[in-house]
Design a protein around this ligand. Structure first.
Ligand code: SF4
Length: 347
């Protein structure tokens, strides 16, 4: 079974089994302060994430996807500042929802690893190069469970590594003694250490070859099935998300311009930018066609056009697009921000 087919079957069972909301991001805006006017890198981003769901976030460089995940995980540093919005986390035990934006640093430390963890693009940024792999697991495990003995923590480290296909005897290796793919899988195992409900993955397969990429994606799906965590998976590669994600949020110039099931994004993208992204990679199961690509480059966030930010590159732009910002509209169970899909505009 392909990763996509396996995921569709899983997605159906996940949503049937449990469709309650884990995270609600509401009107989130992030700005970068500067000497002149601040630059808005994320604007009014709104979406929700169900328990056990994989939400893909896709966009070109500068689309705001990295800014979004540093805001989600509260890893952002000045000059980036969350200027508006809420990130409501709904604990599994049914207790009151928590706004991650306003959480105190102490409460945030308690939630990290245990409820929310992150896998970074570069495993070497996540792993301590002068600590043995196992010691890094032990560190995380015992910080969040003081009652855990050292021996039990080392055993758990071996078990976690074996979950991602790394031999248990590697527990005493240093990160530089592992291949790039093993290091990346080790960071996924580390993210799982305290059984979080949500793992944010920032382009975790960018630095590995395609064979290793497929192995990692298959492992993420298997582990999701086993442990039931949700994933926000950020990448510039839409074809990868079409195989992995349940739903996909497409970002452009700091805004979510389309949000829909992965199958709908593939079959019938509504936003011209989504269509351009989809048509930028070759179909796997159809005859070879000339790839279209998207003309032009992403806009400068410091000088966005008054209307739709995609207008200068959009093959379907019309007068109104240059004057008026398209707002997100609900169309069935998907959302799109494009004047072509405003009710009052004839097709
Ligand atoms: Fe193209 Fe206009 Fe839609 Fe923007 S609003 S994507 S310019 S058609």
């Amino acid at each position: 079974m392909t990763i996509a087919a396996e995921n569709r079957a899983e997605a159906a069972s996940v949503s049937e089994r449990d469709d309650d909301v884990l995270l609600e991001v509401e009107q989130l805006s992030v700005e970068y302060a500067s000497l002149g006017a601040p630059t808005r890198a994320c604007a009014d981003v709104t979406f929700s994430l169900r328990r056990g769901e994989i939400l893909g976030v896709v966009g070109e460089s500068g689309s705001g996807k990295s800014t979004l995940i540093t805001a989600l995980t509260r890893l952002q540093r000045p000059p980036a500042v969350t200027t508006a919005g809420r990130i409501m986390y709904h604990p599994r035990d049914g207790s009151e929802a928590i706004d991650l934006v306003t959480l105190t640093p102490k409460r945030l430390r308690e939630l990290r690893w245990t409820r929310l963890s992150i896998v970074l693009q570069s495993a070497m940024d996540a792993l301590n190069p002068v600590m043995r792999l196992g010691a890094q697991f032990v560190d995380v495990l015992r910080t969040h469970d003081r009652s855990l003995s050292k021996a039990a923590a080392w055993d758990q480290a071996r078990h976690l590594l074996s979950l991602v296909g790394i031999s248990a005897d590697r527990v005493r290796s240093y990160p530089h003694e592992l291949s790039g793919g093993m290091r990346q899988r080790a960071t996924i195992a580390l993210a799982l250490a305290c059984r979080p409900e949500l793992i944010v993955m920032d382009e975790p397969t960018t630095a590995v070859d395609v064979v290793m990429q497929r192995q990692i994606l298959a492992q993420v799906l298997r582990l999701r099935r086993e442990f039931g965590f949700a994933v926000v998976f950020v990448t510039h590669d839409l074809s990868l998300l079409l195989e992995l994600a349940d739903r996909i949020a497409v970002m452009y110039a700091g805004r979510v311009v389309e949000l829909a099931a992965a199958s709908e994004i593939y079959r019938s993208p509504l936003h011209p930018y989504t269509k351009g992204l989809r048509d930028s990679f070759p179909p796997l199961h159809a005859t070879a066609t000339r790839l279209e690509g998207i003309p032009g480059t992403p806009p400068d966030l410091r000088a966005l056009p008054a209307g739709c930010s995609f207008a200068p590159r959009c093959p379907r732009a019309f007068d109104r697009c240059e004057r008026e910002l398209p707002l997100p509209r609900t169309r069935g169970d998907r959302e799109v921000a494009c004047h072509l899909h405003d009710e009052e505009v004839p097709a």
